[in-house]
Design a protein around this ligand. Sequence first.
Ligand code: HPA
Ligand code: ZN
Length: 348
Amino acid sequence: MSTDASPAPRGGTHDGVASRDLRSLPKAELHLHIEGTLEPELVFALAERNGIPLPYADVAELRARYAFDGLQSFLDLYYACMAVLVTEQDFYDLALAYLARAHDQGVRHAEIFFDPQAHTPRGISIDTVLDGLGRAMADAAARWDISGGLILCFLRDRPVAEAERTLESVAPRAHDLLGVGLDSAEDGFPPSLFEAVFGRAAELGLHRVAHAGEEGPPAYVAEALDLLGVERVDHGVRSIEDAALVQRLVADRVPLTVCPLSNRRLNAESSFQALPRLLEAGLVVTLNSDDPAYFGGYIADNYAVVADEFALDDTVLAGLARNSIDASFASPDRRAALLAEVAAWSAR
Ligand code: HPA
Ligand code: ZN
């Protein structure tokens, strides 16, 4: 790898100058908010189907709002657009559209976040959400051999008691979930608030992940590890500001689910530019798309943009794909099969 920041004519689908199309690289997606895959065209289609008025004249006017100056300005639009998601079929259509794109982008395993607290206050049951998403995942497994599961995220800027009620409401069907996560506005909402609810999730046999160190400080990353027992850190890029924390993450091989285009679109250019330092430090970095409908690209586009920006060669890119599979919650057999696919890609 070179850390030279000058653009290199290689990489993938992002700018059309690829020597090798990174959609062909088998990979796992570990940081993907299904509501963040809601493309403007689908917003309009679902609004019409459900008779929901929109404050935008057309797709172009909605797309013109996609200029964010930070996490909160994105979240405001993200939550507003979700108002069109109402029925089980809506959640199915949303997820199947994502999975079709994921298939095209080389995703072989997808661990998908969803935000029930963005839906239940609108009168939509968590069963409606889970049934629609689950049916799409089953269809994607049958059609495209994409494995994966669903990760229920708590909204950290809403009351902790609401997170607890959400988890209890879904406890009887915990087997339909892979794990729990923590997302939404980070600053001022430390992981420590959610220690008890993550403890309960562990009792239910669920995996645990959390967003930390996206806009919040490195101390939130340490809290997520110490108090929530997370197995991966979502984003985690600001860990680079704390050398002792970096050492710990490297020693314990804690994966980071990094989302380059998200960082860039949310005006966190210093986070985008941190990638070479994360790799040089020996961190277990994975690349992901976060909210691809809003941030200008799906997962292979994220691989391609960093390949171009940081002149990453095929060996480094295959290593990032291997990390994504190693860091997944797939079964040992499935991980071995997918790692063999990456090895075949490298040998080609
Ligand atoms: N950060 C926090 N919460 C979110 C994000 C994100 O990038 N995307 C959707 N919810
Ligand atoms: Zn995210």
